[in-house]
Design a protein. Structure first.
Ligand code: NAP
Length: 560
């Protein structure tokens, strides 16, 4: 954790002035390869494994000093995923499934990071990964049908295929609050949490932000902090995670059931084990409804979001009812009625933002050492050397934690100067929203492929990423077998997919709400207008469409 505001977000350095002229001096022929993958997280590791199987010379550039991506960076207190661990692990290797025992139903960051390191070692992946290597630019070169890839440290190389595995939530953003530099205590964005443990005992701690990250951080920090103040702009509809350790017997059963578990994930909308209930909210009696919701609230994981009545995310009246149910739960759990009211969202319904799963979050506000500041009532004016000044008071702190989120989905792309065939930058091309073909290809950017790019289906990340990486692998194999050296989406293909993505989101209540899922980040210039950022038709339909392209011999692509 830093003591100086300069380190609040590690300085990444300005994007190097990458041009073909600059390619000479830093060129490292040893780095030249058939495919460059950007990122050694969940998708990058798997993509490397698959492309290596094709016999390609592959190079992964990873900004961190270790593998894991999300699970390398986000070491903040309480970090864990909301997917059942045994649905989150890779499914591609029977040996791996035999060897790895998950310790908890919802693994915390250290366990997931250990797992991804195990995978990297098990499949000898490290030898093709360049760590501490942040890609700053990538320019397509028509003469050679290849990409020049530039690293922040000045090195560069050339590759036929450029594959991004940059994640969806990897470009962290600090709030635009004046004075951040002036704070004299310790401060950190949750994404850049230090590797060494931070001791909160007896400390006065502030957390700004109450998304899924803030909720986990607050719950954990409140256990030991001398005093914790939460600065909340928008409350969230949180539901219980109900995590537990996995016994040996349970792990044995899980292992025996892996084929059924993965098959079920393939059938559901978001690749989780939770499938939407086919009933409508108003097709059951009020008593049945209440009993169903009580059951979902008492069960582990995303059932209450993903396994609920089919209309709660489309029908306003249904959404109102489930929101009222959640509001009653908050009022039951938080003792002070005035604080409970502040914790109940008023500007969006349940499930229209990503639901944070929690483990005692609401009870934190019953603790004498925790205070909630609603910054809609008393806005933060600035960070001062001793703490945070709102319109009502100056609060003094030893530690300020920024749980202020990400420039999601396109942010990691925007931070790389990616230029396609006509020299246009991807950032420019996407300034009014992403346009892709299947969330994998972009017209005008030949030989660029995105694993989990914008307009791909989101959900249980590794399940979706494995499919995307397999699709990319099949396309690369197809090209290699036929001696094709230029693969591109067509403008018509990209327009049709983009239209389909927009149509698939029509009628979904989430599109009417500001959140990272609709491309809003008030801390980033140009991200104030809601956009359709992801495919909302569900994974089975997504795969169906992707398979149709393969079955049609990739006729929808421009291949040469
Ligand atoms: P987030 O959901 O975008 O939340 C950011 C929070 O910071 C929001 O409460 C936001 O308020 C607040 N904020 C931002 N700028 C602010 C400012 N200038 N002043 C005051 N408050 C400000 O980000 P996140 O919590 O990091 O989560 C992002 C996503 O990562 C999640 O939705 C989830 O998909 C993933 N995630 C998953 C897990 C898990 O699996 N359990 C855990 C953590 C994260 P507003 O809402 O008003 O903008």
């Amino acid at each position: 954790m830093s003591h100086s505001a300069n380190h609040v977000v590690p300085e990444r350095g300005a994007v190097i002035a990458a041009s073909r002229a600059a390619y000479g001096p830093g060129a490292d022929a040893a780095l030249d390869c058939d495919a460059v993958i950007i990122g050694a997280g969940v998708s990058g590791l798997y993509q490397l494994y698959r492309l290596r199987e094709l016999g390609l010379k592959v190079r992964v550039f990873e900004a961190g000093s270790g593998v894991g991506g999300t699970w390398y960076w986000n070491r903040y207190p309480g970090a864990r995923f909301d997917s059942e661990s045994w649905t989150y692990g890779y499914s591609f290797s029977q040996e791996l499934l035999e060897e790895w025992d998950w310790q908890e139903h919802f693994a915390a960051q250290p366990e997931t990071e250990r797992y991804l390191n195990y995978v990297a070692d098990r499949f000898d992946l490290r030898r093709d990964i360049q760590f501490n290597s942040r890609v700053s630019a990538a320019h397509y070169r028509e003469e050679t049908r290849s990409w020049d890839v530039f690293l922040e440290d000045g090195r560069c190389c050339s590759t036929r295929f450029l594959i991004t595995a940059v994640g969806v939530l990897s470009a962290a953003t600090m709030p635009r609050i004046p004075g951040i530099e002036a704070f004299q205590g310790q401060s950190c964005h949750t994404h850049y949490w230090p590797k060494q443990p931070v001791d909160f005992t007896g400390k006065r701690v502030a957390v700004i932000g109450t998304g899924a990250t803030g909720v986990q951080t607050i719950t954990e920090v409140a256990k030991t902090a001398g005093h914790l103040t939460v600065f909340q702009r928008t409350p969230q509809w949180c539901a219980p995670l109900h995590n537990a350790r996995i016994t040996r017997e349970e792990m044995r059963r899980i292992r025996a059931n892996y084929p059924e578990i993965f098959a079920r994930c393939q059938e559901t909308f978001g690749c989780f084990i939770h499938a939407t209930d086919p009933r409508g909210t108003f097709e059951v009696t009020p008593e049945e409804r209440e009993a169903f919701w009580e059951k979902l609230y008492s069960e582990p994981g995303f059932g209450i979001w993903m396994g609920n009545f089919r209309d709660i995310l489309t029908d306003r009246a249904a959404n109102r009812l489930i929101s009222d149910f959640l509001a009653r739960k908050i009022r039951q759990r938080v003792k002070d009625p005035a604080i409970a009211e502040k914790l109940i969202p008023k500007n969006h319904g349940f499930g229209t933002r990503r639901v944070p799963l929690e483990s005692g979050y609401y009870e934190v506000y019953n603790q004498p050492n925790v205070r909630l500041v609603d910054i809609n009532e008393t806005p933060i004016e600035r960070i001062v050397p001793t703490g945070i000044k709102t319109s009502a008071a100056v609060y003094e702190f030893d530690i300020i934690i920024y749980a202020t989120g990400f420039d999601a989905i396109t942010g990691a792309f925007d931070r790389i100067d990616i230029r396609g065939a006509d020299g246009v930058s991807l950032k420019q091309k996407w300034q009014n929203g992403p346009q892709t073909f299947l969330g994998i290809l972009v017209d005008g950017f030949p030989n660029l492929m995105m694993v989990m790019g914008p307009h791909a289906g989101l959900g249980n990340f590794p399940r979706a990423a494995e499919y995307s990486a397999d699709w990319v692998t099949r396309l690369v194999r197809f090209a290699r077998e036929r001696g094709l050296t230029r693969i591109a989406a067509t403008a018509q293909g990209a327009a049709a997919w983009t239209e389909h993505v927009i149509a698939a989101s029509e009628g979904l209540l989430f599109t009417e709400v500001d959140s990272w899922m609709t491309g809003i980040n008030r801390n980033v210039e140009g991200k104030q207008v809601r956009r359709i950022m992801r495919y909302s038709g569900g994974h089975p339909k997504f795969r169906e469409r992707c398979e149709a392209v393969v079955d049609g011999g990739y006729r929808e692509l421009s291949l040469a």
